[in-house]
Design a binder for this molecule. Structure first.
Ligand SMILES: Nc1ncnc2c1ncn2[C@@H]1O[C@H](COP(=O)(O)OP(=O)(O)OP(=O)(O)O)[C@@H](O)[C@H]1O
Ligand SMILES: [Mg+2]
Length: 449
């Protein structure tokens, strides 16, 4: 970093007007809530496309109109998108607002504008976001060893994301697999929004606006799947049928979350039942409108505010582990088995959770050799070991200790998995990586989440 840039470094309050930074006589505008001085070391006077390979992190990325590159900076990886300044600023604040609403999306880091090249000609601004660790673009997931239902699992995750965004009043306007990142979630996927450029945040969305987004989703997904099919990457899934799935899954979930129900006053248990059903699919009810009619013979209920992440919040409260929803559910099941196996049903749940963490979860996830830790996140690894134990037990016809399942998994399954955390050092070319999907673990039946 130059001496000039070091002296120019100061915290910029947000929301803030972009601040001007002097770097080698060139004024850069940087908008950031916590600007990192190292940002100034990046070669902003070069078009992003020409940035030298030694600055870049070669990670898989989706198809995009704009130039996008990943860089390693102060021990983290950032995604940089070259885009018109007003769009960059708009997307930056949109992502911040979505993050504040607790919605799954990439985290904005900075907007850098006022760029000029060596000859003094203006260059587009850059939107900088934090790279979402262990995330995969859908095209990187496709490879010869894919499970046949991968597209369906991706679409299920996207449907959950779209419902959550809509409940919060966000109209996306460009719903697609390319604008979504996928993170493994206990054998399924969790979807994160990556491209908020076209989005609008409102008080609430009308049915017409929601339908419009759904229509965009269906058409875009069909196009993306046809593209995969043309490349020989789609294994037996029909692009049209699969793209219709977004509509069905979205409607199912939307209805489950928002539908009104009326029942007789003698059936009060149905209020509890509705809440439990919502909890089962991973949502908490914050507010429930309950109206009894004048004669007191019927009760009307409708969830008003629903919050996603029921299991992950519960696990966080009990253990401090912050993981995806499906992983949390899986870990909580294991915690329940631990409680039963150690005969501690009557004991305080937090104490049992503490012991489970110290005696089971931490030793197991730490027993993986460090060189293999970049392959899967600890919670996904734990989930895979549980699946592996189940498979081994079925083959052996008897219970298997988790320690033994771990040894077998680390020796026989994990080595063949790709490194998903990051692949650093070389140039970033379009979709260079075909990640191998979760290896088939025979006869493991998954229940729908
Ligand atoms: N923070 C991030 N973490 C991981 N990957 C990212 C991140 N930001 C961008 N990417 C990757 O870069 C790709 C392109 O980003 P993005 O969709 O924002 O570009 P775009 O040019 O606006 O796209 P479009 O053509 O849809 O307008 C994404 O699909 C994703 O793979
Ligand atoms: Mg995009």
């Amino acid at each position: 970093m130059s001496a000039a840039s070091a002296t120019a470094m100061r915290e910029v309050p947000v929301p803030a007007c972009p601040r001007v930074w002097e770097t080698g006589g060139v004024a850069l505008d940087i908008t950031a809530s916590r600007p990192d001085p190292a940002l100034l070391d990046l070669p902003w006077s070069m078009p992003l496309e020409d940035w030298p390979a030694d600055r870049l992190a070669a990670l898989p990325r989706g198809i995009s109109r704009h130039v996008v590159r990943f860089v390693k900076l102060s021990g983290r990886i950032l995604a940089i998108k070259e885009i018109k300044a007003e769009l960059a600023v708009r997307e930056y604040y949109m992502l911040r607002n979505l993050g504040r609403l607790g919605l799954p999306c990439v985290e904005p880091f900075a907007v850098v504008s006022g760029r000029v090249d060596a000859a003094g000609a203006p260059l587009d601004a850059c939107l900088v976001t934090r790279h979402l660790q262990f995330s995969l673009p859908y095209r990187a997931l496709y490879s010869q060893s894919l499970r046949p239902d991968t597209a369906a699992r991706l679409i299920d995750a996207l449907a959950v994301l779209l419902v959550r965004l809509h409940l919060a009043g966000f109209w996306w306007g460009d719903v697609s697999l390319s604008n979504t990142l996928f993170v493994r979630d206990a054998g399924a996927f969790a979807a994160y929004l990556v491209d908020a450029e076209t989005g609008e945040l409102r008080e609430r969305l009308s049915d017409g606006q929601r339908e419009h987004d759904l229509d965009i989703a269906r058409v875009n997904i069909a196009g993306e799947l046809f593209d995969l099919e043309a490349g020989g990457l789609l294994h037996g899934e029909d692009p049209i049928d699969t793209s219709e799935r977004i509509v069905h899954r979205y409607r199912e979930l939307w209805d489950e979350l928002t539908a009104a129900e009326t029942f007789g006053s003698g059936e009060r248990w149905r209020v509890e039942d509705r809440i439990r059903r919502l909890n089962d699919i991973g949502f908490d009810v914050d507010e429930l409108a309950t109206v009894t009619d004048l004669g007191g013979t019927s009760i009307f209920i409708q969830p008003k505010v629903v919050d996603a992440g029921h299991h992950s919040r519960r696990l966080l409260r009990l253990t401090g582990l912050d993981v995806e929803e499906g992983q949390a559910r899986r870990l909580l099941n294991d915690l329940d088995s631990f409680r039963a196996a150690t005969d501690r049903q009557g004991e305080d749940e937090e104490l049992v959770a503490h012991d489970w963490l110290a005696d089971i979860y931490e030793p197991i996830t730490r027993s993986v050799p460090p060189r293999m830790r970049g392959k899967l996140e600890p919670a996904e690894l734990f989930h895979e070991i549980l699946e592996h134990r189940w498979y081994m037990a079925e083959l052996a016809g008897q219970d298997i200790r988790i320690e033994d399942a771990t040894v077998d998994y680390v020796a026989n399954v994990l080595p063949s998995k790709p490194e998903e955390k990051s692949i650093l050092g070389v140039d970033t070319t379009e979709i260079p990586v075909h990640a191998v999907d979760t290896q088939e673990l025979p006869v493991v039946r998954r229940t729908a989440r």
